[in-house]
Each structure stands twice: as C-alpha cells, then as structure tokens.
Design a protein around this ligand. Structure first.
Ligand SMILES: NC(=O)c1ccc[n+]([C@@H]2O[C@H](COP(=O)([O-])OP(=O)(O)OC[C@H]3O[C@@H](n4cnc5c(N)ncnc54)[C@H](O)[C@@H]3O)[C@@H](O)[C@H]2O)c1
Ligand SMILES: O=C(O)CC[C@@H](O)C(=O)O
Length: 524
C-alpha cells in the first residue's frame, strides 16, 4: 500500500486514478497538518503553495515522487529531490490554453481600460471620455518566450489582426515562417512592439529580462504583460516607467512576492492585476490534476513517467522493451559492487547489439544505481545515480561496440578499483532472460538473481565435491551450479545458487577449505 499526500488544493475530480487504485491510500491535508505522518508518505502532490524544500524532503524518508499540478516548479527544490532520489513530475500542458486565454483577456482589458471603467461605474461615475482605449487590430505584439503558452498567444493575436514579433533563443526561423511571425532579437522586439508579453520560465537569465535599460528602448506608450512569473519584468523599473508615462499600462498576474500586498505597483491606476489566476479554470485544474495523478500512479507501480523534470521521458511501450536490459544492468551493477568491495575509481559500460532507440544513458544510470545500492544508506535510483557517483569521485564511461560475443546483444562493465580491475559481461537472451556470461574473463552462464555463492578455486579433482559436502553437512540444498575455467588445471570459478541465504558458519568453513582462493556470498 502506498500513501499519497495531496498537500494543496488540487481538483478532487482529477484525482480519480489514485482514488480508484486498490494500492493507494490518499491523504488530503497540508504538510504541517500531516506532521509525523510525513515519514510514511510515498508521494506528494502540490500546486504552488507548498514549498518542497530540502528540509521537507529530509522529513519524508519514504518519499519517491513529488508531483506539481501545473507547469512552474519554482516551489520545488529539484536539486535536493534529485539528491534524495526523488522523481519530480509536472503537468506541462494541462493549463496552457487557460493561461493563454487569461493573458489575452488581460491584454484586451488593458487596451480598453475595462477593470478601471468597471470600478468607476460601480462607484456611480459615468466617465466615457476618460476611458478611451486602443485597438489591438494592426498593433505589434512582442512575445518573449515562444513555448506552449507563447505559441497559443501568437495564434490568437493573428486572429485579432496583430503583427507578432517573437524573441526566444530556442525558436527557429523555420518555425517562425510556419507560424507567420517574425523571430527577432530582443532589442528589435522592444523597439517594435506596442504590447509586450513574457512567457518564459523565471531563470537567472530571465530575471529582470525587461529592465530599466530596455524599457527605455520601447515605444513611448507601450503596454507590458506578465502572466508567467514575477520578476521577469523588473517591478521597480516598471513602476518608474509608468510614473514617467513611458509605459502606458501593465497587466500582471504574477509578482515577485505573492500575495503582493506591500507592492507599490498595486497603487497605480495604470496597472491591472489578478491573483495568479492564469491556470484557474475548471478545465485546466481538471487537466493538471488528472495528469499528475496518472503520473504518480504509474511511477509507484514501477512504470515510466512522461513528464519528469529529473528523469528522461520514456513511453510505456519503450519501457516494456527496455525492461529486460534494465533488470540485467541493475543486477550487473549490484553483483560487481559486491564482488569488488573496494574503493572504485571508474565504471565503464559498453553496449553491443542494443537497439538504437533504447536510451543507453537510462541503462547506465540503472547500472550505476545498482552498483551503489548497497554502499549508500539513502535510496539510490536512476534519478540520483550519477550524482551519487560524482560525489564519490567515481567516473562513469559509456560506449557502444559491435562485439556481441556471439549472442544477440552484450553489455560489458569494467570496474576500475584501487589495484584491481573487475570485468563482467551479461546479455539478455529471449528464452532465458538476463544472464551473466563472463566474470573476470571466466566464461560462465547464470541468472543474476537470489542467493549466490561465488567461489574462485584451483581447477583440480575434489574441490567441487568438498564444497558439496560442506553444504550437505549443513543441510543446504544447491539450486543451481555453474563452473568456468580458462585452462585445465588453472584457476576456475563456481557459481552456486540457493533458495535461502547461507549462514556465516558455512561461509567460514568453506573459506578455510583447501584450494579455494576467494569466496563471496552475494545477495541480489
Ligand atoms: N500565470 C499562471 O498561472 C501560469 C500558468 C501556467 C504557466 N505559467 C508560467 O508561464 C511560463 C511559460 O510556460 P510554458 O508552459 O509556455 O513554458 P514552455 O517551457 O513551453 O515555454 C517557455 C519558453 O521560454 C523560452 N525561453 C527560455 N529562456 C528564455 C530566454 N532567456 N529568453 C527568451 N525565451 C526564453 C523557452 O525557449 C521556451 O520556448 C512559465 O514561467 C510558467 O511557469 C504561469
Ligand atoms: O497552481 C497554480 O494555479 C499556478 C499554475 C501556474 O503558475 C503554473 O506554473 O502552472
């Protein structure tokens, strides 16, 4: 049973996938109300109110996934989540249309002084000459950030007969041509536009993107809009430019501090405002709630997620195909770390015969997570595996080769440790599943699963019999046994599997056995 905490106001109708799941217990309360229960929570669903900080994640030792019912993840410490091995997902497109429509409603309201005229008439004033507006038709609209929302705004602006100028370093000229908009440098956009609307995330590059210097480059009487994130338009610069009448008005849905009660911009008649309502429609809230509920359910049930911030996206279809290799590499990592048992400097993995469309980087992350699983007392998974390796000074290498050693595929791992190199090779074989086919140059063939005993010994008569006798004397049943050697009479290895773990006493007796040079009990 998994416990899922819904900490913010997320539309209950959208939580259906979780409510209907037999293995999910849903709790709807804030983080502070949850108190001690935080320790047992497996998944956390939030909007923007709950701040998912390092401190909160430390208080949730069982947490596996944090889901943001919306786009912006600025209330989530993604770095800390990654360190904790916690997947972060969002609902990137569920509120796109609502936010685009809200921005458009704000632009029309700004052009026609609707909020100001509404308040005036409510106060029983009839000031028809004071509220002369401006048409949108024939005006230049500057869109900064041509992603999902920016793109929807552009379509609507064209329908209103506006000319659209776009600034987005990641927006191609080709796409601009298709959409019949002009892709221009920021300076040209600032100079040309009558209305400028921002639709970027808030990043160090976009913080204060519209500032005192470039507002001065704008046409006198320009209108500015921010329905993305507070701070993309510098609030002090905007205030000053409105006082100087260089900016005719601004529409803001977002603020550097929310709620913006002490914000001096709220005192200006030229500013129209909404309390971060871009995504607040029935449709958007249903969309984002359903999207994140599905993602959380998928992940808790061991399936891939589509909208992760800190994991590569992978479809269920591809995941199903990649899964056998995924299991193989995890076990290869786990097995080799138990066999090397010393400070490791480098893990280098080579893939051969793996279909091109399989994400090898995801496989490498799974392998590394398997390797560190037993060394680190916090959870290690594909989310934080590379970070865990980096923190321990272990270099990760990944290569592709054509040598499949006669099988349909081969995955080889070389572990460079202090004074030692360890090599392991495995393959996924259709009828038999994941197999280990070579250990340190010894050809072998076994399934990497369960309780295993690795014995390195001299290849001579009697050794196998002695091992069998010790196990028999201790009433231990051998499930499978594989032997491998490089040359007759030289060094050889034995891999035995058992239905249950061996006791310390058996291991000690075997270790002291004649002709056994190295022995290791492995639990996979
Ligand atoms: N007001 C609301 O309620 C509300 C609702 C949804 C989204 N949002 C916010 O709207 C913004 C846009 O959302 P989206 O879904 O369109 O995101 P998106 O990721 O689809 O688009 C963002 C675009 O910004 C561009 N960009 C990034 N850095 C840039 C820079 N330095 N200069 C110019 N362009 C840059 C990217 O290339 C991308 O095309 C986000 O900040 C999101 O959090 C607000
Ligand atoms: O939860 C909300 O309403 C805010 C949504 C919006 O800011 C987002 O980033 O998706």
């Amino acid at each position: 049973m998994f416990r899922v905490l819904v900490a913010d106001a997320i539309k209950p109708e959208g939580l259906g996938p979780l409510l209907d799941a037999p293995n999910i217990e849903l709790l709807q309360k804030t983080v502070s109300e949850a108190g001690d229960e935080l320790k047992s929570i497996d998944a956390l669903l939030v909007r923007s109110e709950t701040k998912v900080t390092d401190e909160l994640l430390n208080a949730m030792p069982n947490i596996k996934i944090v889901a943001r019912a919306g786009v912006g993840i600025d209330n989530i410490d993604v770095h800390s989540a990654t360190k904790h091995g916690v997947v972060v997902v969002n609902a990137p497109d569920g509120n796109t249309i609502s936010t685009a429509e809200h921005t458009f409603a704000m632009m029309a309201s700004l052009a026609r002084n609707i909020p100001q005229a509404h308040s005036s008439l409510k106060q029983k004033e009839w000031k028809r000459t004071q509220f002369i507006g401006t048409e949108l038709y024939g005006k230049n609209l500057g869109i900064i950030g041509m992603g999902r929302i920016g793109g929807e705004i552009a379509k609507r602006a064209k329908a209103f007969g506006m000319d659209v100028y776009v600034y987005d370093p990641f927006f191609s000229a080709e796409r601009a041509k298709q959409l019949n908009v002009k892709a221009v440098p920021l300076e040209e956009l600032m100079k040309s536009a009558d209305f400028i609307t921002v639709h970027t995330p808030l990043t160090p590059e976009t913080k204060g993107l519209i500032n005192e210097t470039n507002i001065k480059k704008c046409k006198k009487g320009v209108y500015l809009l921010n329905c993305a994130r507070g701070g993309i338009i510098d609030e002090d610069a905007l205030y000053q430019a409105i006082l100087e009448k260089h900016v005719a008005g601004a529409a803001l849905d977002v603020f550097t501090e929310e709620p913006p009660f002490g914000n001096k911009l709220l005192e200006l008649d030229e500013i129209i405002i909404t309390p971060h309502l871009g995504a607040s429609t029935k449709e958007a809230q249903l969309n984002v709630a359903t999207q994140v509920a599905q993602e959380v359910l998928q992940y808790l049930n061991g399936n891939p997620v589509s909208n992760s911030i800190n994991l590569p996206a992978i479809s269920k279809e591809v995941f199903n195909k990649i899964q056998p290799y995924y299991l193989l590499v995890k076990q290869m990592g786990n097995l080799s770390s138990q066999l090397t048992k010393r400070a490791v400097l480098e893990l280098s993995v080579t893939y051969a015969g793996i279909p091109d469309d399989f994400d090898k980087n995801l496989l490498t992350k799974a392998l590394v997570s398997g390797f560190f699983k037993r060394m680190v007392d916090s959870p290690v998974n594909e989310v934080n595996a590379l970070l865990v390796a980096k923190e321990r000074g272990v270099t990760i290498g990944e290569k592709v080769s054509e040598n499949t050693y006669g099988y349909a595929n081969a995955i080889s791992l070389t572990v460079k440790a202090e004074n030692r190199i360890f090599e392991i090779r495995g393959a996924y074989i259709d009828q038999y599943g994941p197999r280990i086919l070579s250990l340190n140059g010894f050809n072998i063939d076994f399934q990497p699963e369960g309780n295993l005993l690795y014995i390195q010994h001299t290849d001579k008569p009697g050794v196998i019999g002695r091992v069998g006798k010790v196990l028999g004397d201790h009433d231990v049943n051998i499930a499978t046994m594989q032997v491998g050697r490089k040359e007759a009479g030289g060094e050889a290895i034995m891999i035995l599997t058992f239905d249950k773990p061996l006791t310390e006493g058996i291991i000690t007796t075997l270790e002291s056995s004649e002709d056994i040079s190295f022995l290791h009990h492995i639990i996979l």
